[in-house]
Design a protein around this ligand. Structure first.
Ligand SMILES: NC(=O)c1ccc[n+]([C@@H]2O[C@H](COP(=O)([O-])OP(=O)(O)OC[C@H]3O[C@@H](n4cnc5c(N)ncnc54)[C@H](OP(=O)(O)O)[C@@H]3O)[C@@H](O)[C@H]2O)c1
Length: 272
């Protein structure tokens, strides 16, 4: 077995579920984290049936709640030591202007996309430094650009990439590998969770061309980890998009984004 323990957050759907499936044959124990306990239980039983040598532990947790994050880390500390993989996949978006966002949702996004990522790494690092391990942080192609109408999300993913790059260098001598994964659009529950009621931000031109299958994202991410890559842009088209974004002058990016198709909800103070 490659790992004694694999911890996958966001395992109740989408990419996280895909990571859990892909890692099931490579770890002795797996911890599945998300809020929807029944989904985690169903996944755990399914994976244990396919891989009877692996033990799957469900740890339902609202990662937006600091006290629940602390309890999760305490529970993880009680598990047998050994080489550990942490997949920080849980995340959410909130489509729409910041001016009209709900404060509770702003806080939730920042807790899940940033604070939980940093705290889980900090909590699990001691066992990794003793027994080895790897870290996969799911960021986004949005990390490479500022995105009006998705501002906080893109900023939170820039945080994840920056944190991952710096951490990778800090941990270089320890042998702990850190990869930041930057997918483009993927068909998961992400879009419906991010959509605000009655709010339509329009659609990105050629959006369907950018979609990458979830299993390609998982496969490319785990390959990049094996090769010791710092960042992974799953699929050629997303890798190419990342290159173009980095080459374009800032002024051009600002102009393109200022012409984006959008339908805006009323802001506070607007005449209705
Ligand atoms: N889909 C895309 O187009 C896309 C593109 C680039 C990057 N990403 C990133 O990929 C990651 C996975 O997203 P996905 O596409 O697989 O979306 P998804 O299907 O909505 O999955 C999100 C996962 O995060 C968990 N989660 C959300 N809030 C949570 C909370 N407060 N506490 C605990 N778990 C929470 C959800 O579980 P519960 O609801 O059960 O808690 C779910 O398992 C995210 O970090 C996302 O930003 C997605």
């Amino acid at each position: 077995m490659e790992y004694e323990l694999a911890i996958v957050t966001g395992a109740s759907s989408g990419l996280g579920e895909g990571f859990a499936e892909a890692l099931a044959g490579r770890t002795r124990r797996m911890v599945l984290v998300a809020r929807r306990a029944e989904r985690l239980e169903a996944l755990a039983r399914r994976l244990e049936k396919i891989h009877p040598q692996m033990k799957c532990l469900c740890m339902p947790c609202d990662l937006a709640q600091p006290t629940q994050r602390e309890s999760l880390l305490e529970e993880i500390k009680t598990l047998p030591t050994g080489r550990t993989l942490l997949v920080n996949d849980a995340g959410m978006g909130d489509y729409g202007e910041l001016a009209t966002a709900q404060l509770a949702r702003i806080r939730q996004l920042m807790e899940v996309n940033m604070l939980a990522v940093a705290e889980l790494i900090h909590g699990v690092l001691p066992r990794m430094l003793r027994n080895g391990g790897d870290i996969v942080n799911i960021a986004s192609l949005a990390a490479d650009v500022f995105l009006p109408d998705f501002a906080l999300y893109a900023a939170s993913k820039s945080f994840v990439v920056s944190l991952s790059e710096a951490l990778r260098l800090e941990l270089k001598s320890s042998g702990i590998r850190v990869v930041a994964v930057c997918p483009g659009p993927v068909h998961t529950e992400f879009g419906s969770v991010a959509r605000r009621d009655g709010y339509d931000t329009g659609d990105m031109p050629l959006k369907s061309w950018f979609y990458t299958p979830a299993n390609t994202v998982v496969r490319d991410a785990l390959r990049a980890l094996e090769w010791g890559g710092a960042r992974c842009y799953p699929s050629c088209k997303i890798w190419l998009s990342g290159c173009v974004l980095r080459l374009l002058p800032l002024g051009v990016i600002r102009w393109i984004l200022s012409t984006r198709p959008r339908r805006v909800a009323p802001r506070p103070g607007d005449e209705i």
